[in-house]
Design a protein around this ligand. Structure first.
Ligand SMILES: Nc1nc2c(ncn2[C@@H]2O[C@H](COP(=O)(O)OP(=O)(O)OP(=O)(O)O)[C@@H](O)[C@H]2O)c(=O)[nH]1
Ligand SMILES: [Mg+2]
Length: 355
């Protein structure tokens, strides 16, 4: 699972990347052309509690990958970047669109206009997608010319996608069947990916008063939106734990943006966490929502998927409340489920399987 940070030069991608990865490997400095990648351990307090209950020696957190993408340069508003943007985003499963909402001018010296930046970014993305779809349509037309059968389900679908994009709408908003979704996934269209708007505000504008218009654009496009003061959060991240709490309280922030942002990425990607553990380790795993317990077993090992018999499931909330597995068993909250049970966020799994 990879989330890319996309934005115009100097919008704060690297600063946010440092906040989310919790380290400053790449000092913020605009104009660096290359992308950077980091694997982050996902913070989840439940794992500490689980380790306590199981007396586990080690905690193994689930991981998420973030990419600080090279900046997207503003073109002349005609969306000329096409393949460049496709290549830049690469295989990121979701994108955080980082919008500069601090200062008076952007890195290229234009007066700051966050709403316009967000609209331009989305326009670049829709035009890029449209280019991909149109090129494929041309190829299909050429192929159909030499074939007797002139009908093509793919052509019908892509024509629909093209006219939708032509209206400035995102592919993610299109009503698609499961099969159509599968076909389109092969194109890795930018606006088919889950998108999160990050409004990077100044530290004296934490509620985002000055970027209301940009938040409005995000809302109109149906996009999730987080307001983050990246430089302030970078300073907070560098503090010791107790100092950090006091500092957060001073600014009226309930928790570090890092946690909030990673949580937002989980929601964006539609993934959930399940747990396993013993006296050696307590471990969190990530899986797409709506997957079976057998699929969850497959995440751990393919042998578990192949030999799946049944799973004993304890919801974390109950375990936390009752304090031990024995108490959960006694209270009847531990239950056996077959392979078709849909895994829920916070499920502790003990899977029986044959080798
Ligand atoms: N005041 C303020 N300055 C910020 C904030 N975020 C970033 N900056 C500053 O803006 C400049 C650019 O930040 P970066 O994080 O390097 O921006 P970037 O998007 O990675 O830049 P490129 O990689 O060139 O596209 C740096 O000098 C940061 O300190 C913020 O929230 N508030
Ligand atoms: Mg950068």
């Amino acid at each position: 699972m990879k989330v890319g940070f996309l934005g115009f030069p100097g919008s704060g991608k690297t600063t946010l990347f440092n906040v989310v990865t919790g380290r400053v490997e790449y000092p913020a400095q605009t104009g660096r052309p290359e992308s950077h990648l980091a694997v982050v351990k996902v913070p989840d307090d439940r794992l500490f509690r689980l380790a306590e209950i199981l007396s586990s020696k080690e905690i193994i957190q689930p991981e998420m990958t973030f990419v600080d993408l090279a900046p997207l340069h503003r073109e002349n508003g005609d969306g000329g970047q096409r393949d460049g943007l496709m290549k830049l985003v690469g295989d990121a499963a979701a994108l955080a669109l980082v919008i500069q909402c601090f200062g008076e001018f952007d890195a290229e010296g234009n007066p700051l206009d966050p709403a316009d930046d967000l609209e331009s970014l989305l326009l670049e993305m829709t035009i890029t997608d449209l280019g991909v779809v149109e090129r494929r349509l041309e190829r299909i037309e050429a192929e159909l010319k030499s074939s007797r059968d002139k009908s093509s389900a793919e052509r019908t679908l892509l024509q629909r996608v093209a006219s939708h994009l032509g209206e400035g709408k995102l592919v993610a908003d299109l009503d698609l069947t499961e099969e159509e979704t599968m076909v389109l996934r092969g194109f890795a269209l930018l606006t088919h990916k889950p998108l999160l708007v990050v409004l990077n505000v100044a530290e004296d504008d934490l509620d985002g008063e000055r970027c209301r218009a940009a938040a409005q654009v995000a809302q109109e496009m149906g996009l999730a939106c987080e307001i983050i003061a990246a430089t302030l959060e970078e300073e907070i991240a560098a503090l010791e734990d107790e100092m950090r709490d006091a500092f957060l309280a001073d600014y009226g922030l309930s928790r570090p943006a890092r946690d909030r942002f990673i949580r937002a990425c989980y929601d964006l990607l539609g993934v959930i966490t399940f747990f396993t553990g013993n006296h050696k380790d307590a471990r969190g795993w990530t899986i797409e929502g709506g997957r079976t317990v057998r699929d969850a077993g497959g995440k751990i090992h393919s042998d578990i998927y192949d030999g799946f018999i049944r799973a004993e499931i304890t919801p974390f909330a109950k375990l936390d409340e009752l304090g031990s597995f024995a108490a959960c068993r006694q209270a009847g909250v531990m239950r056996l489920e077959g392979r078709d049970y849909l895994t829920e966020d916070g499920d502790y799994l003990d899977i029986r399987f044959s080798r």
